[in-house]
Ligand binder design. Structure first.
Ligand code: PAF
Length: 281
């Protein structure tokens, strides 16, 4: 497995792969990889001859009050996991090599990014879209794999690919849960044992919502939102949002919606967790 630290080296490698007719699959990550990421690499392996995993804690998607500095990192373990799952290359750049000090160009989205996580993290998706665009230009992927755990991110990246005509197929991997049903996340590492136990109220709310929405459609919206708010609050969580939105455009769902996203963000201790489910009608 090759390891690149310089953007130019990755791009030269990707160009060479393209010239020899290889199909490139990219899995963008911020490292501290877990079984959720492994499942994305497995999907990439099935869809590409070359599987490039980027490991980059992207500073531009963190606000100054967020956890950029303490975001967990374990490069050696990440490389082991990538290799075990058949990645052919890892790209791990330093921030200075990705961003010029006088950078002045951003990729931004103006509608989908204003709701859900975008409300409490106003610069987040601009940072995500900018770095994902850069990764697409460097790795030249035919296909890129993202997780449904970051549902809003996935929907916004699909919109970017459509609106900016990136020649990349976006494939989404399922949200992966731990044995206690907590959605896998690198940030789970911040939770104490007690917070982790109480954080199960989030996935319990997601399961409840999924069941009710499947049974009753949009008629269940108010009830599942109320249930989740109460259940998570009673477990000691501070709810950032619990919402049901049309999964095609993140607008409020209507009787003609073909599918919805039930999405939650809540804080346990100092850790902000997200979880969700998609329900198609
Ligand atoms: O989902 C993530 O880990 C990040 O937001 C991404 C897509 C790698 C961009 O930094």
């Amino acid at each position: 497995m090759k390891i690149f630290h310089q953007p130019g080296e990755l791009q030269a490698y990707a160009l060479e792969c393209k010239r020899s007719g290889k199909r490139i699959a990219l899995v963008p990550t911020m490292g501290f990889l877990h079984a959720g990421h492994a499942s994305l690499i497995d999907i990439a392996r099935e869809r590409g001859d070359e599987v490039i995993v980027s490991i980059f804690v992207n500073p531009t998607q963190f606000a100054p009050n967020e956890d950029l500095d303490k975001y967990p990192r374990d490069f050696e373990n990440d490389c082991r996991l990538c290799e075990a799952h058949g990645a052919t290359a890892v790209f791990a750049p330093a921030p200075e090599s990705m961003y010029a000090s006088d950078r002045s160009i951003w990729v931004d989205e103006t509608t989908l990014s204003k709701v859900l996580c975008g409300k409490s993290r106003p610069i987040h998706f601009r940072g995500v879209l900018t770095v994902v665009s850069k990764l697409f230009n460097l790795a030249l992927p035919d296909v890129a794999v993202f997780g449904k755990k970051d549902a809003q991110q996935a929907i916004i990246i699909k919109r970017m690919v459509r609106d900016l005509n990136f020649p990349v197929e976006i494939v989404l991997g399922d949200l992966i849960r731990d044995t206690d049903n907590v959605a896998m996340s690198s940030r789970n590492r911040y939770l104490s044992e007690d917070e982790r136990r109480r954080a199960r109220s989030i996935s319990e709310s997601v399961f409840y919502a999924e069941k009710q929405l499947k049974a009753q459609g949009v008629a269940a919206v108010d009830e599942v939102v109320e249930y989740a708010r109460k259940h998570i609050t009673e477990a000691g969580g501070v709810v950032d949002y619990v919402e049901v939105r049309d999964s095609s455009d993140l607008e409020a769902p209507t009787a003609s919606s073909c599918g919805v996203l039930f999405a939650v963000a809540a804080v346990f201790g100092t850790t902000r967790l997200i979880d969700n489910c998609f329900v198609d009608f």
